[in-house]
Design a protein around this ligand. Structure first.
Ligand code: ZN
Ligand code: ZN
Length: 415
């Protein structure tokens, strides 16, 4: 028998009891017959995505859940975002996430998103920035590409570069643009900081005089006169999932960070029309794509961002609605995969609290349903109910070996 896995990760779905919901969590408040059916027929537990009390990023948590130790493999967000946006990052390159922003003459940030500049304007500006020539003696090349609205990617290539540099993005408006500083004493970090600062100044100069910005000023739109960069990263040196577990993996995700993690893990990234990474995403199209992907792959990661978006907005009611939509996706999956040969696992990459509007270090619920799993008494999928389940409390890093063992892909340790 050859087995398959669909791993559904609802970003930031786990939460804490909320007053507004009568001291229930959004998961506990949602009407979710399919999730409950999966819990009833599966083995449940709670999971520390990284370790107890460590609030995970979506990138580090996803790496862990795919079987990569995040403490050893994580090398910054920038390169993962770049890969996820379709920009190739090679070993040695340093990549940054960037924003088009509006600053005043004193370099005080007025708008970190330049009025959420439209794609067309950002694209024209990006072309001009990408053409800037650096001094040949520096021996570096760079690539600058806009992605969605105010977002962009910068990749620097050349010898002796380091991702140990700080951000120029002050993260909040009404603060000054920061100088990029080396974060260790290496020659590489110092040189990279110098190059990035040089680029940021060159970008600013070109943007100040750009016809697109003149037109924006005329139309009373915020001018995109500065690039802010953050999250310097290199590509993690990791074996692919094929190499690690001998599986054919695919990923259905909309947000570039998760696509990037999936790409570096060697997964086929499937783009779905209508999948946006927002709360209005086409949930059903993603579920269909995941089921479809099982025809050519034996491991499919299905990632939904919307639960995290609602949490950061502090919108409990919306979070409950989104969980109910995810439940319908699961209903479609249950009805359309062979339950004799498919494992369905559902979890969250971290807790995102409606109250704090942040990622928190609490464990998340997890369930695995499929042939031969040791069913437990949990029949209701929630943060507190799952704590009584048969998986007990595992780490994110334990999830993949657990699934691989069920699939018959685990190698025996010892004689
Ligand atoms: Zn996340
Ligand atoms: Zn988040």
């Amino acid at each position: 028998m050859s087995y398959r896995v669909i791993l559904v990760i609802a970003d930031g779905m786990a939460d804490r009891p909320i007053k507004e919901l009568g001291l229930k969590t959004p998961l506990e408040s949602a009407v979710k017959p399919n999730l409950d059916r999966i819990a009833e027929n599966g083995v449940c537990g709670i999971m520390d995505p990284i370790a107890p009390g460590i609030p995970p990023g979506s990138d580090t948590a996803t790496l862990a859940m795919l079987g990569y130790d995040p403490w050893k493999t994580y090398s910054g967000r920038g390169a993962l975002e770049a890969e996820g946006s379709g920009v190739k990052v090679l070993p040695g390159d340093v990549a940054f996430r960037c924003n088009f922003a509006t600053v005043n003459d004193d370099l005080l940030v007025l708008d970190r998103r330049a009025g959420r500049i439209a794609n067309e304007d950002a694209a024209k500006l990006a072309v001009s920035l990408d053409r800037i020539k650096l001094k040949q003696s520096l021996k570096v090349r760079f690539l600058f590409k806009n992605t969605i609205q105010h977002r962009a990617i910068l990749v620097i290539s050349g010898p002796k570069l380091s991702s140990a540099v700080s951000d120029s993005d002050p993260e909040t408006a009404r603060k000054k643009v920061q100088d990029v500083k080396p974060l260790d004493s290496s020659v590489e970090a110092k040189r990279t900081a110098q190059i990035v600062n040089m680029l940021m100044r060159a970008f600013h100069k070109v943007l100040l005089e750009h016809p697109v910005n003149r037109l924006r000023a005329k139309r009373n739109l915020p001018v995109a006169n500065m690039i802010l960069c953050r999250g310097a990263g290199t590509i993690p040196k990791i074996p692919t999932l094929q190499e690690k577990f001998e599986i054919r993996p695919a990923c259905v995700a909309a947000v570039s960070l998760i696509k990037g993690v999936s790409k570096v893990a060697g997964m086929d990234v499937i783009n779905v029309k209508g999948a946006t990474g927002t709360v209005q995403t086409n949930y059903m199209a993603k579920a269909k794509a995941a089921v479809q992907a099982l025809k050519k792959h034996d491991f499919v990661l299905l990632h939904v961002k919307a639960t995290d978006v609602a949490s950061h907005d502090g919108n409990a009611k919306l979070k409950v609605e989104i969980i109910e939509k995810i439940d319908k996706m699961l209903g479609y999956i249950l009805a359309n995969v062979s339950q004799d040969s498919t494992y369905l696992a559902v979890t969250a990459d971290h807790t995102t609290s409606i109250v704090t509007r942040n990622h928190e270090g609490d464990p998340v619920p997890v369930v695995i349903m499929g042939p031969g799993v040791r069913r437990d008494d949990v029949a209701d999928f929630g943060e507190r109910t799952c704590a009584k389940g048969g998986l007990n409390r595992i780490r994110g890093l334990d999830l993949m070996p657990t699934l691989m063992s069920l699939m018959g892909k685990a190698k025996k340790f010892g004689a």
